[in-house]
Design a protein around this ligand. Structure first.
Ligand code: GSH
Length: 206
């Protein structure tokens, strides 16, 4: 069985898809509709979330924090993740953790899914507002890290960069309030021109 990654256009699963495209991993990528109760990934992931990967042996892997290093380790020559035991590897994993916990779960879940935190419309508006405030704070370290650099860590495009590009596009979609994050905007523009990203975005929309 060919391994299969389930993704949704515009979702955080793009990061794993970009890694697959970066090194041409032999993994099928299947777009799913998150609103569809019959979407195929739901048979494997009871939470119904993407990314969800089913390996050649039928094992199910979820969570960007696990999948990104797993995929990078399938192509160790690619520099997407430095070798085990190196500081650069730990720094890269720190950024993956930061993006996963602070940016995605800590800010964007409140912004995009405030109903998960509060049942009434007024409360949801407050949750969203707080998410936007938290996002302003949480983007600070990223903006600093990108100053004068094209990558979050090390000299090579890494899994942390593949992941950051997703949030750079989400931040851009929030509009003018975030234009002062010029380093992130610059990073996002370069990211969208990367061949692996262009291929992944195009394939997800087919
Ligand atoms: N912690 C998970 C979060 C995955 C996640 O929330 N993915 C979103 C798309 S960006 C999703 O599937 N949302 C559907 C939902 O929450 O029901 C990860 O990083 O892999």
């Amino acid at each position: 069985m060919t391994p299969t990654l389930y993704v949704t256009p515009g979702a955080c699963s793009l990061a794993c898809h970009v890694v697959i495209e970066e090194v041409s991993l032999p993994i099928d990528v299947v777009p799913v509709d998150l609103r569809d109760p019959a979407a195929p990934h739901r048979a494997f992931n009871p939470l119904g979330r993407v990314p969800t990967l089913v390996t050649a042996n039928g094992e199910v892997l979820t969570e960007n924090s696990a999948l990104l290093p797993y995929l990078a380790d399938l192509a160790p020559q690619s520099h997407l993740l430095a070798p085990t035991g190196t500081v650069v590897r730990a720094q890269t994993q720190a950024w993956v953790g930061y993006l996963n916990a602070e940016i995605h779960a800590g800010c964007f879940r409140a912004i995009n899914r405030p109903q998960r935190y509060c049942p009434d419309a007024q409360g949801q508006a407050t949750v969203r507002e707080q998410g936007l405030l938290r996002l302003h704070e949480a983007l600070g370290p990223i903006e600093t890290a990108l100053r004068g650099r094209d990558t979050l860590v090390g000299e090579h495009f890494s899994i942390a960069d593949a992941y950051l590009g997703v949030f750079a596009s989400w931040v851009r979609a929030l509009g003018d309030a975030f234009t002062p994050f010029t380093e992130l905007y610059r990073f996002g523009t370069t990211y969208e021109q990367r061949p692996s990203v262009m291929r992944a975005r195009a394939r997800e929309l087919q």
